[in-house]
Design a protein around this ligand. Structure first.
Ligand code: FE2
Ligand code: FE2
Length: 213
């Protein structure tokens, strides 16, 4: 049986079993936004709140897509993510840092040519500026450990030398990311990080779509 539609729907945060339960009366009536009314937008705002609340579920579902995806590495991408997060957690890092570490490669599936950008966009509302910068730039810094093996410049990170979060990003890659390919390392399972991820993603620190306290 082909479950691909159900899986895709679940990744998108929709449950086909309940999706059709709401009728047209539960939806906005406009055909163009120029026709929108307060009633329309009250309906949409209500549904948006529920949808936003299930963001951690969609992120976890997408992270699980990395399971079994080795790409030639000694561990698959999910285990690498868990190991990076576990190393950061055991080193005493705070929750938002650990969640960033857990998600730093989540963009590998859709952002094959720019995976740090995808992860950075996902964590941005929930982490510090420094943690976001680490996530966004970890690709260039991680390259120090292998770019010279594939005909690239291992010193690509030098273009960021002098920037405020250079040392923090260098430390993330040196201590957690580049070290997280050990098949014998006892990482915490995804379930260990799930409550942490839900706490960190419960409320954005900043978002153009959220009112600030
Ligand atoms: Fe990466
Ligand atoms: Fe990584």
């Amino acid at each position: 049986m082909d479950h691909s539609t159900d899986i895709a729907a679940k990744v998108a945060g929709h449950d086909p079993a309940t999706e059709n339960a709401s009728g047209p009366e539960d939806r906005a009536r406009f055909r163009a936004m120029t026709e929108g009314t307060q009633e329309d937008w009250s309906i949409i705002a209500r549904d948006y709140m529920a949808f936003a609340g299930s963001l951690p579920d969609r992120v976890l579902a997408h992270l699980k897509l990395l399971d079994g995806d080795f790409g030639g590495f000694p561990v698959d991408r999910l285990q690498h993510s868990l190991q990076t997060a576990t190393r950061a957690h055991r080193d005493g890092r705070g929750e938002s840092y650990v969640v960033m570490a857990l998600l730093h490669d989540i963009g590998d599936t859709l952002g094959t040519y720019n995976h740090p950008d995808v992860a950075a966009a996902i964590v941005k509302p929930f982490v510090t500026e420094e943690e976001h910068w680490i996530c966004q730039h970890h690709g260039a810094f991680q390259g120090y450990y292998y770019f010279h093996f594939i005909g690239m410049d291992r010193d690509m990170r030098e273009k960021y030398r002098g920037q405020p979060h250079f040392a923090a990003c260098e430390h993330f890659c040196a201590t957690y990311d580049q070290a997280a390919f050990d098949p014998d390392y006892a990482s915490e399972p995804l379930e260990f990080f799930e409550p942490m991820l839900r706490r960190v993603m419960a409320k954005p620190l900043a978002s153009m779509y959220a009112k600030q306290d």
